[in-house]
Design a protein around this ligand. Structure first.
Ligand SMILES: [Zn+2]
Length: 317
């Protein structure tokens, strides 16, 4: 009922505010925000928490303890995640993997540090956590304000163990592979594969039906290649840093969307269009209903920076 009401309100708003609102927001955006947090056991002992408004997590329960993937955007959200984990097991939290260095995936680290976890991340993720921590704090002030979260409660907890290429963990008889395939959305993007379960957690580069932030990528082509490589793996379930549980078709959809975005932006720049011209005239309308479409102006702006300066707006190193 609530969702229906919100849809009606959004339709009213659209008719009142006219085309400005229609251009600023994808049709599904307001409605989707009412999707509740959902925990799914995608394989025995392997849980996925989908939180549409914020960010996702997974955890694996083994006889030797728990491995957690990503820690949310603030210690208070991390406490909620810990409470959700505690509904599934009382085993100790042994490992935390940070898949990439965006604050909505690691600002809750301190809670799991207190629990005694060992933190693992790719070298470049560790480097970005150090060098871009100030930027990440700045980007998240609005989020903290809206929820009355104290930004000072966030402390920088860096990885204890880093790796360069791949790392295989055996935890309580379960196999977990940390894969690095080059930079996708970010340098350091880590994929956590559960080979026996045919499940992969794809962190930053994949989010089902969600526009990803392109302001960190050093190569959109590389990112699209990685997405295509994911789809030829022996995997059935794709878990993203955002969005609900995905399948191969969802990963391919994102690859196509990024290619269309890249091509559209390159064509516009080649025609000599300015950043503002592109924002006004190039809308990527066919992807209007994808989550985060309302941030398209920002995405165009940062990708314009990349195409004209030859370097990501939030570049690392
Ligand atoms: Zn994120």
């Amino acid at each position: 009922m609530k969702r229906i009401l919100v849809t009606i309100c959004s339709a009213l708003l659209m008719s009142v505010a006219g085309s400005v609102w229609a251009q600023a927001s994808g049709a599904g955006e307001v409605e989707e925000k009412n999707i509740p947090i959902k925990v799914t056991e995608v394989a025995p002992g392997l849980f996925f928490q989908y939180h549409h408004e914020e960010s996702n997590n997974a955890w694996l329960v083994t006889d030797a303890g728990v491995l957690v993937i990503d820690t949310r955007q603030h210690p208070r959200r991390a406490e909620e995640l810990l409470a959700a984990i505690r509904k599934t097991t009382d085993k100790p939290i042994r490992w935390v993997v940070n898949t990439h260095a965006h604050g909505d995936h690691y600002f809750g680290n301190s809670v799991f540090k207190r629990e005694g976890a060992t933190f693992i991340a790719h070298n470049d993720t560790a480097g970005m956590m150090k060098s871009l921590y100030g930027l990440e704090q700045k980007r998240r002030q609005g989020y903290f304000r809206q929820r009355s979260f104290d930004p000072k409660e966030v402390t920088l907890v860096l990885p204890d163990v880093t790796f360069d290429s791949n790392l295989t963990l055996n935890l309580g008889g379960r196999t977990v592979e940390l894969l690095y395939m080059g930079a996708g959305q970010n340098p350091g993007d880590t994929f956590v594969r559960f080979p026996k379960e045919k499940v992969i957690f794809a962190g930053g580069p994949f989010s089902k039906n969600s526009w990803p932030n392109p302001s960190f990528t050093p190569s959109m082509t590389g990112w699209v290649d990685i997405l295509r490589k994911l789809t030829v793996m022996d995997v059935d379930i794709y878990l993203g840093g955002h969005g609900d549980i995905g399948a191969k078709a969802d990963v391919l959809h994102e690859a196509k969307m990024l290619e269309d975005f890249d091509r559209g932006m390159r064509d516009a720049v080649a025609k000599g269009m300015s950043r503002d011209d592109i924002i006004k005239n190039v809308k990527f309308e066919q992807y209007r209903d994808v989550r985060n479409y309302y941030r398209m102006n920002l995405f165009i702006s940062s990708y314009y920076h990349f195409l004209t300066k030859g370097r990501a707006e939030n570049a690392y190193p």
